[in-house]
Write a protein that binds this ligand. Structure first.
Ligand SMILES: *Cc1c(COP(=O)(O)O)cnc(C)c1O
Length: 416
C-alpha cells in the first residue's frame, strides 16, 4: 500500500461513480500510468501502448494469439521460469520448445536459442512461431543478442517481463524490447492490484485488437455479435484503482528491492559456500548495461557446504505448498521427486522456516517438470544445476534492514 492509502481513494471513487465493472476510468488511467512508466527511456521516446488485463497469464495467452500462434505451432521459451510463461502455449494447442539458461543472468542462452531455431527448422520444416523471453527474478536477459537472433530469423518476441517490472537494459524498460511485453500485478509481484496483469503492445492497432479479444471479441452491434472467439480477460475498474495507487509507489518499491539486495550482498560477502546472484557488471555488451529491479534476492549453495539437519532433509512429506499458496490442494504422497534441490538447500530452507523466515527454492525448470516431460528441450544443465543449489530470500517491501540482518544471521547459524 502507498503510505496515504491512495488505493482506497481510487476504489472509493469507483464505487461512488458506479464503475464497479471491467473497463472504466481507473482502467484507462492505470493504462496511461503504465504507458508513461514503460515508455520512459534514457535514449529515446517510445510509444508502446498498454492493455490492462486480469492476469499476467492472460497477457501471455493474448500475446501468443496476437503473434498468430495456433494448434501445432511451436513456441520457444525459457525453461527456467514460472509455469505461466509456458502454459498458455498449451492452451492454444501449440507446443512449447524449451531452451536452457546461461550461467550469468540465469536467462535464455542466446547460443542455445539459435541452435534450437536451426534444429526446429531442420526437423519440422517450419520456424517457431514466437520466442518467449523471461527476466527471471528481475534480471535482464541478454537482450541485444536475443533480439538480433530473433530478427535474423524473423520470429516475434514476447517478453515475459513480469518479474522484471522496472528493470532496465541500457536505460530502456524491460517489456518494451519485444513485439509484446507481459506484466503482472499479482499479490507477490513488484506492484499488486490483488490480481491483474497487462500487455505492452507495439502500437494502437495491436492494442485495440488485444482489448477486443480481452472483452469476448464483441462486434459493435446493438446485440451480441461474435465473429471470433474472445476471452474475459479485462482488468476490473476496482483492481485498476489499486493499480493507480500502486504506481505512485512503484519506484519506491524498486529502490527498496535494490537496497535489500545490496544489503544481502554486503552481509553475505564473506560467507563461504554461498554466492549471491548478481547482475553482470562487465559484459560483452559493455559495462553497466544491466539494471535489475532485484525482485527477489537469490543465493546458491555450494553442494559441499554442510547445513544443520541436512541428513534428515526430505524425510517428512510437506503438508502444504511452500509459501502456503492458496489453492494448492493436491496432497503429495512422496517426500521426494526425481529432481529436487540438494539436501543442504532443503535443510537451510527448513532452518529459516523454523526461525519464521519464508525462503523458497528457485523455480524448477520446465523441462524437468513431469507435465512437460514430452516437450522438446535444448539443455545445457545450467537451469537444473541452479535449481538444485538455489534459494530465494525474502525481498518484499516489508523486509527491513533488521530483517535482512536476522535472515543472514540465521543463514550463518545454519551452516556447520
Ligand atoms: C507470476 C508470473 C507470471 C504470471 O502472472 P499472473 O498474474 O500470476 O498470472 C508469468 N510469468 C512469470 C515469470 C511470473 O513470475
Amino acid at each position: 500500500m502507498s503510505e496515504d492509502g491512495i488505493e482506497q481513494k481510487y476504489i472509493k471513487e469507483a464505487f461512488d461513480t458506479n464503475w464497479v465493472v471491467p473497463l472504466g476510468p481507473n482502467v484507462d488511467a492505470f493504462e496511461k500510468d503504465l504507458e508513461d512508466f514503460v515508455n520512459l527511456n534514457d535514449n529515446a521516446t517510445l510509444s508502446k501502448r498498454v492493455v490492462a488485463l486480469s492476469s499476467g497469464t492472460a497477457a501471455v495467452h493474448l500475446a501468443l494469439i496476437a503473434c498468430g500462434v495456433g494448434p501445432d505451432d511451436e513456441v520457444i521459451g525459457q525453461s527456467f521460469t514460472f509455469c505461466a510463461s509456458a502454459n498458455p502455449v498449451v492452451y492454444l494447442g501449440a507446443k512449447p520448445v524449451f531452451v536452457d539458461s546461461e550461467p550469468e543472468t540465469w536467462n535464455m542462452d542466446p547460443e542455445l536459442l539459435e541452435v534450437a531455431i536451426k534444429d526446429r527448422i531442420a526437423k519440422t520444416g517450419r520456424k517457431p512461431k514466437a520466442i518467449v523471453t523471461v527476466a527471471l527474478y528481475g534480471m535482464p536477459y541478454r537482450i541485444e543478442r536475443i533480439m538480433e537472433i530473433a530478427r535474423r530469423y524473423d520470429i516475434p518476441v514476447i517478453e515475459d517481463a513480469v518479474e522484471g517490472f522496472g528493470s532496465r537494459y541500457k536505460g530502456q524498460m524491460l517489456g518494451t524490447f519485444g513485439d509484446y511485453g507481459v506484466l503482472s500485478f499479482n499479490g507477490n509481484k513488484m506492484i499488486t492490484t490483488s490480481g491483474g496483469g497487462a500487455l505492452i503492445c507495439p502500437d494502437e492497432e495491436a492494442q485495440q485488437k488485444v482489448m477486443w479479444l480481452a472483452t469476448q471479441a464483441r462486434e459493435s452491434y446493438p446485440y451480441y455479435q461474435h465473429e471470433a472467439i474472445g476471452y474475459n480477460y479485462r482488468m476490473s475498474n476496482i483492481c485498476a484503482g489499486i493499480g493507480r495507487g500502486q504506481m505512485t509507489v512503484a519506484n519506491d518499491h524498486i529502490a527498496h528491492h535494490r537496497h535489500v539486495q545490496a544489503l544481502y550482498e554486503e552481509l553475505l560477502a564473506d560467507v563461504k559456500g554461498i554466492e549471491v546472484h548478481k547482475q553482470p557488471s562487465l559484459s560483452t555488451e559493455g559495462k553497466g548495461d544491466f539494471d535489475s529491479n532485484y525482485w527477489l534476492c537469490t543465493i546458491t549453495l555450494d553442494p559441499d557446504m554442510k547445513v544443520k539437519g541436512q541428513e534428515k532433509a526430505y524425510q517428512k512429506v510437506v503438508q502444504k505448498a511452500v509459501g502456503g499458496a492458496a489453492g494448492v490442494i493436491h496432497a503429495v504422497s512422496s517426500a521426494v521427486t526425481d529432481c529436487q534441490p540438494n539436501d543442504n538447500v532443503e535443510a537451510m530452507r527448513v532452518c529459516l522456516d523454523d526461525a519464521g523466515i519464508e525462503a523458497r527454492p528457485t523455480w524448477k525448470p520446465m523441462h524437468c517438470q513431469p507435465v512437460y516431460r514430452t516437450s522438446v528441450a535444448y539443455v545445457n544443465g545450467v537451469a537444473e544445476g541452479i535449481f538444485k543449489r538455489g534459494l530465494c530470500l525474502p525481498s518484499g517491501p516489508c523486509v527491513t534492514d533488521d530483517d535482512v540482518r536476522y535472515i543472514v544471521n540465521t543463514i550463518k547459524d545454519s551452516i556447520l
